[in-house]
Design a protein around this ligand. Structure first.
Ligand code: SF4
Ligand code: SF4
Length: 183
């Protein structure tokens, strides 16, 4: 008798789910929206980066390469910024270490590659991915903030105007000098 009750209970539960809408989507025809702060990938934002290399030092796998040269005004020219996703374990330590939120977790998850070497991304690739991301979010970073809401404030003279931020009004990269927040 107890056995029959168990079967009935299981059948009822199954029936309940038959009439509920599916929770899955037909990927890749349909894609779920990636929530803000999802740790899907790494995105590097050049307009926020000072070239300090803190991220590279924090990475336990040595995935990040930063090469800079000093400018006359004391700022750093970022000549190379590269991430080797072949050995990245997506631990997020680089994102936590960056003082300027120039590297953040988020973005696309459909970046599987047929050619292993393509998982090495250089500055140009990373920048184009970041710009594509910002264009799709109207200038909102993966942490949910815009450049205006979270302006880059640095303690060293790093004012540069290399690139604008896609999807936002006007030229961005407003690096607020000197180092303290205004007002
Ligand atoms: S997520 Fe971890 S392993 Fe990957 S680059 Fe950042 S610190 Fe290195
Ligand atoms: S820690 Fe941040 S600001 Fe410094 S080099 Fe890395 S990404 Fe750029």
């Amino acid at each position: 008798m107890a056995y029959g009750k168990g079967v009935m209970k299981g059948m009822l539960l199954t029936l309940q789910h038959v009439f509920k809408p599916p929770i899955t989507v037909n990927y890749p025809e349909y894609e779920r929206e990636v929530p803000v702060r999802a740790r899907t990938n790494l995105i590097w934002f050049e307009e926020r980066c000072t070239g300090c290399s803190t991220c590279a030092q924090a990475c336990p796998d040595g995935c990040i390469l930063v090469q800079t040269s000093p400018r006359d005004d004391g700022t750093l020219e970022i000549e190379r910024y590269e991430i080797d996703f072949r050995i990245c374990m997506y631990c997020g330590l680089c994102t936590e270490a960056c003082p300027y939120q120039a590297i953040q977790a988020g973005g696309r998850y459909d970046d599987a590659q047929y050619i292993f070497e393509n998982m090495y991304r250089n500055k140009e690739t990373l920048t184009s991915e970041a710009q594509e991301y910002l264009a799709s979010t109207d200038g909102r970073y993966p942490n949910g903030q815009t450049q205006d809401e979270n302006p880059l404030i640095t303690s060293m003279p790093t004012a540069r105007s290399r690139i604008g931020v896609a999807g936002a009004d006007g030229p961005l990269g407003p690096q607020h000098l000197p180092s303290r927040k205004q007002g």
